[in-house]
Design a protein. Sequence first.
Length: 292
Amino acid sequence: MKVTVLIPMFDAGAHVEEALGSVLSATAGETEILVVDDGSTDDGAAVVESFGDPRVRLVRQENRGLVATLNRGLDLARGEFVARMDADDWFVPGRIEAQLAAMMADPELVCVGTDYTLVLPDGRESGRIRMPVTDSACRDRLTVASCHCGPSVMLRAEALRESGIRFDPEARHAEDYDMWTRLAAVGRLGNLPIAGYRYRVHDAQVSARYAGEQRRTHVRIAQRYARERGVRPLAAPQYGDLLWAPGDSRIRRTVAATRAATVAVRSVPSREMARFTARKVVEASSARAFRS
């Protein structure tokens, strides 16, 4: 088996038919689609079973949370590579082929993601989010924020087995970010400059429901990784000013984000850091509802 598409699911009955349909239409050949149902209380599992496609494998468990569900999926995956996917988003045709080609061309590559497109609740697309492409750019980004869109990535299963790296329950709600910092110690990271994933924006997302906990965990991970890189981390409030732009005053948000961006660029004087922080300053000065 070449690729496993891993889809954790909890109460996604309203969207999983569309999500799974997008995967099936975009994949062929040696592909396993592994759906791990984390004790859903809706009809999501029945929807998955209704497809009747031999490529789809449904595993049910009692509710244990996203981190445990992802880790069980990694343990059960039969593929040489594991492509992530969420149960309420859309898979884009060509993604797996492009990621496989990148993995085969670079044996040291352990994680490769893609750019992604935001999809608003009314179905409109709200722009493409571009991710850092090279390994060095990914590592620079990791000192302040995640360098991947989690459900867009493909992972090298052999690297996970040999390193023993799994999603950390202590990093709940920021487990993706934590995973990338740990994978950076065992291989190369990268993103393909293609819009390989369509990401649904809605209020039920973890990032909306558990923002406070997620942000505290994010800061802890960012500061740890910066120190591991030998880089001076930002002060905790500066991460908030740069990434989440708190407050009602646009001027104050912009000034605070600019100050934090200046510190970040001084710590990591790279093109990627300059590009990323400039984008965050622009977002802080706008009224955008979604901040990646």
